[in-house]
Design a protein around this ligand. Structure first.
Ligand SMILES: [Zn+2]
Length: 141
């Protein structure tokens, strides 16, 4: 029991030493890892063995990047990845927030100016005034 614990510490030290000077897992590597898993799952669901084979490509790339000692190059790749990823992430987050808000709000379009209006649900029949053009209409929420 005691020896087992000691061995674990030693293994951790060896691992730390092994990872010294290497890139480790960054955003791009994590994305590659997730992509690989997604491909495996899709490949398994639809029994496309070719997809399961292709899933090895991002996985190997992920390991290659994590173990790479060329930190500067890997960092540049990560920055480039994030430049494209962050706008997508922002859009997905906004879409998710909107979907979640649909439980609490109803959305209407102003007939006069096309402005999208958000009103709380379950308030019965209410008069809605468009804040942009002051057009008013009655809707059930
Ligand atoms: Zn309006």
């Amino acid at each position: 029991m005691k020896d087992g614990g000691k061995k674990e510490v030693l293994d951790l030290d060896r691992f730390k030493k092994f990872m010294e000077g290497r890139t480790g897992v960054d955003h791009l590597s994590l994305a590659l890892f997730i992509l690989s898993i997604v491909l495996v799952v899709i490949g398994s669901l639809f029994r496309w063995s070719i997809l399961r084979f292709i899933s090895l490509v991002p996985l190997v790339w992920c390991y290659y990047r994590a173990l790479s000692k060329n930190k500067i190059k890997r960092h540049q790749e990560n920055i480039l990845f994030l430049k494209y990823w962050y706008p997508i992430q922002t859009r997905l987050m906004n879409r998710y927030r909107q979907l979640k808000a649909r439980r609490a709000y109803r959305y209407f379009k102003c007939k006069e100016c096309g402005q999208q209006l958000r009103v709380p649900r379950k308030k019965g029949k209410i008069e809605i005034t468009c804040p942009k053009c002051r057009h008013t209409f009655i809707k059930r929420t």
